[in-house]
Ligand binder design. Sequence first.
Ligand SMILES: NC(=O)C1=CN([C@@H]2O[C@H](COP(=O)(O)OP(=O)(O)OC[C@H]3O[C@@H](n4cnc5c(N)ncnc54)[C@H](OP(=O)(O)O)[C@@H]3O)[C@@H](O)[C@H]2O)[C@H](O)CC1
Ligand code: K
Length: 544
Amino acid sequence: MIQAWSADDVRAAEEPLLAAGVPLMQRAAFALAAVVRRDLARRRAVAGPDGELRDGSVRGARVALLVGAGNNGGDALHAGAFLARRGLAVTAYLAASRVHEGGLAALDAAGGRVVALTAADGGAAPQPGAARRPTVGVTTAAAAASGADVIIDGLLGIGAQGPMRGMGGALVDELSRILPPPGGTGRPWVVAVDVPSGVGVDDGTLPGPVLPADRTVTFGAAKPGLLLPPATHLTGAGAVIDIGLALPPAARTGGRPAVVRLEDADVAAAWPVPGPQDHKYTRGVVGVVAGTTTYPGAAVLTAAAAVRAGAGMVRYQGPDDVARAVVAARPEVVPADGRVQAWVLGPGLPADGVDDGQRGRARAALAAASGLLAGTQDPVPAVVDAGALALLDRPCPAWVVLTPHAGELAALLVAHGEDVERVGVEAEPLRWARRAHELTGATVLLKGGATVVVGPGVTYAQADAPGWLATAGAGDVLAGLLGAMLAARSAEVVAHPERAAAVAAAAALVHGRAAERATPGGPVAALAVADAIPGVVAGLLAAR
Ligand SMILES: NC(=O)C1=CN([C@@H]2O[C@H](COP(=O)(O)OP(=O)(O)OC[C@H]3O[C@@H](n4cnc5c(N)ncnc54)[C@H](OP(=O)(O)O)[C@@H]3O)[C@@H](O)[C@H]2O)[C@H](O)CC1
Ligand SMILES: [K+]
């Protein structure tokens, strides 16, 4: 798993080492320079006589350093010095009137070139205490940097406050205007120092201009903004450099990472593999209340995903014609009431209007799941999706997992007295997923290009889904998959509700892997995603 620690925790962990004189910046810069050289060499790979690709030479490669006022800029300058000593042509563009003195001296000593940005072409922006630097306007600097082989973005790191302002902001605006899109021909390789400058370091927001990176080299630990949407979509490939930080910091023993991202090995390790003593009730029975006569497909997709995810049994509740369609698609499904270990409520249900009695069935199941019906079966986990989200009229236990997309979450929040629209949720997914958890008590899985899961004291951010997964029915499949995963660990999740979030994050990972497996790199149908689940699970378990 990837653990992301807040900027404050990282600073607290740095302090004792800095106080002891540990050269953290040189460590960071040396590693940064090594990553840049390796990436460049790979981008310059040439085929040998045997046809094998071999890393190319990086001598003479043009490097543009974008340098801000703080230590982030210091990292970039020191890295530039290491690169200049290896024969690369390094130019630093100073976007602040004062930059890191040690880094500047190191680059000067290494023969790097330094120009100071001015708000407009001409005019002086001297570095106090140093010889006048040649100056260049933002537009000229951006044009020059756009011709480099690599741009190292050292404008802002974990010291950023708010949208990037000043010449740094103007430079990023101009670069964003003139550079080809990430991955486009002729675009320099953009390497972000610690974080892409200007992202919300602790919340993943994009308060102002940000230059999308092809690689982010972060130091000590990942930061929440690298894992959280929307910023996580601008980080490119990652690299976490160990510079010797101890986390949680000594000053905050017992601290926890702010955000966690599960990886394949974590999901495989937690997957309940049945043994000879197992039967359908130990494997977990899933009750599905989904679909209507008007929208029968959601019921098929949800039930199929639950079957494919290894449920001990799937019970379906709904109109007879829908039940027939479900059983025709998946004969394993039992269209009869009975004991379940997890419910999946709501896929394909409208929030209001004609629902063939489905909202009533879902409401009863939710009450049972939440333990609100005295004298009935023990409470069990529940997935509450789509039209069932409108049924939340009282606090839920955290073993109830909501699976809204941004629009559904906005509607839920408004129903609970908040003033937010879909676009606001998409701009600040962490904030609003946390708010929904506070308001409802339920675990919240906010679907989107990346998935944010908030439970009691835990936040997960998963980015495993290819864009192709944004297709009708994908949410129904996720709901059924998650229901089966919760049913398999029903008693455990009710006893430890904070674990529901980990199960939900794992479901998001499997869901994304299943889409990729169903159609690698191409369009995918939701039912094919459901059918790909067994292969994904087998692959994860085989790699253990
Ligand atoms: N501590 C170490 O030795 C190491 C740190 N690492 C690197 O350092 C950065 C964190 O450095 P820090 O100096 O704390 O902060 P930044 O470099 O991110 O920038 C702070 C300066 O930027 C100005 N600022 C702040 N917000 C904005 C903004 N929105 N727009 C423009 N400029 C902004 C701010 O100026 P003020 O006028 O606001 O004071 C600061 O001057 C960390 O990210 C690492 O890269 C090493 O990794 C390890 C060693
Ligand atoms: K940066």
